[in-house]
Design a protein around this ligand. Structure first.
Ligand SMILES: [Zn+2]
Length: 170
């Protein structure tokens, strides 16, 4: 079995902790997506907060059920051992990232790539959002070009006015 290390979670999590559990989850989910995997809550019962790879959990071979359900279970869950442990310290009223209890918790047992990410629903959604950002960015650039041309058109003294309107009509 191959193991794939993930970029250290401590690089994404503030050393001085975080107050809000949802904030911890959101920050770490964003970190995971950036590194081509999906994190889900495994345990959440104060003071414990465990986040695991969405490909974690039992590798089930279903004898019952239809072929499609069987295939989904097999592609999504490969028993990935990756796990992040957080603990809520009462004294500071904050969540802190704990050191891994087992070495294997730092590793994924599947490659981390955009292709792998797209096999998970949540990963697909995040990828779509990423693309939306890029498209929105392109639209913004297009818009600013148009604005520049319009500025030229509005400027009576601007040379090449006819040329500019021609570009717009095109
Ligand atoms: Zn994993």
């Amino acid at each position: 079995m191959n193991f794939y290390p993930a970029v250290s979670a401590s690089s994404a999590f503030p050393k001085d902790g975080m107050k809000n559990k949802d904030e911890v989850v959101n920050v770490m989910k964003a970190y995971a997506i950036e590194n081509n995997f999906v994190l889900v809550t495994a345990r959440s019962q104060v003071p414990i907060l465990h986040l695991k790879c969405a490909k974690g959990g039992a590798y089930k071979t279903r004898r019952d059920g239809d072929e499609k359900a069987k295939r989904i279970t097999q592609t999504c869950r490969v028993g990935c051992p990756y796990l992040l442990r957080f603990s809520f310290r009462k004294k500071e009223q904050k969540y802190y990232l704990l050191k891994s209890l087992h070495e294997k918790e730092k590793y994924h047992n599947h490659p981390l790539s955009p292709k792998e990410l797209s096999t998970l629903h949540e990963g697909r959604m995040a990828t779509v959002t990423k693309e939306d950002f890029i498209i929105a960015g392109q639209l913004f650039t297009e818009n600013s070009k148009t604005i520049k041309i319009q500025d030229l058109l509005n400027d009576e003294s601007a040379p090449g006015k006819m040329l500019a309107s021609h570009i717009i009509d095109d």
